[in-house]
Design a binder for this molecule. Sequence first.
Ligand code: KG4
Ligand code: ZN
Length: 358
Amino acid sequence: MSRLFLGIESSCDDTSAAVVSETREILSNIVVGQAELHEAFGGVVPEIAARAHAEKLDVAVSSALSRAGTQLTDIAAIAVTSGPGLIGGLLSGVMVARGLATGASLPLISVNHLAGHALTPRLTDNLSFPYLMLLVSGGHCQILIVEAPDTYRRLGGIIDDAPGEAFDKSARLLGLTQPGGPAIEKSARNGDAERFKFPRPLLDREGCDMSFSGLKTALRRERDRLIESQGGLTEQDQCDLAACFQQAVADVLVEKTRRAIDVYLASNPTEPAIAVAGGVAANTVIRAGLETLSVTQGMRFCAPPLSLCTDNAAMIAWAGLELDQIGKGREPVSARPRWPLDTSQPALLGSGKKGAKA
Ligand code: KG4
Ligand code: ZN
């Protein structure tokens, strides 16, 4: 019978547990969000997140087991996110996983949260290594070559606000609702993406690193100029500002990915493919830009369903399975708030609203 792995995820603001089989079946994937707990604070509050994880993990695990029609005795191993992320949440997850593993005499696999995202296209689409991965969410932004479950080459990353964070902050500047990404996308549908000349940050610099904070400042300046000259923003102004901002983010992501493709193709992949993950990958303009780019380069484009692109434990269970298959991940598990996938690269600067960048 196919082995079953229990996955546990609590690195940020989603408490999640899942049961996944070696044959790529997701038997359950319970995600308990915390958005309403943090709403009033404009970002994730680490202490509140940690307490909520500690309260919800037991329930998430028992729901995942029962939804899957399994018991702990049917599970072959437990995979837990041990970094990167917020220390309190990571500790809650690791402690619960350790307790369960010890009690049931099961092996415990330590999983990097970013590896969970990066390996999702193998769970959903069985992509073969190596493939190119663009990870764009509220907390992360990296372009990676995924070579093996434990081998990643980071070609670029964000040096300040992650793109989702930039969408959220920009939506606030425009008086739109949160989360900002979907609100900006909706408003931009009626906007003119050519009206304002917003910068395309870091395109003048070689390589694949990205920055979006200057873009947010440009948006604020244009907004303030309009308010000063006309006494406020019209709905059309709001839509045009949203459209110009969104187009600038899309242009930067597409151009940086194009540069990454050049590096990736130089390694002669047998089945060239590009995959996306993270909440921002839901944006239709960004997605269309990346898909067109993939097609023109003769590459397969893979966008897993959104529920598996955002934080979840099915990806952690799957990454645990893949690591276990190559004999990795069984070293003693402890929480690691910073844990870069590619240790040969310098650490990315700064920290996003969802904790330290890896
Ligand atoms: O991956 P995710 O659910 O959570 C983490 O960051 O871990 O990503 C959430 C982010 C939010 O910042 C949200 O504004 C952004 O993804 N997002 C979008 C869209 N949908 C969600 N950004 C742009 N366009 C969208 N349609
Ligand atoms: Zn994530």
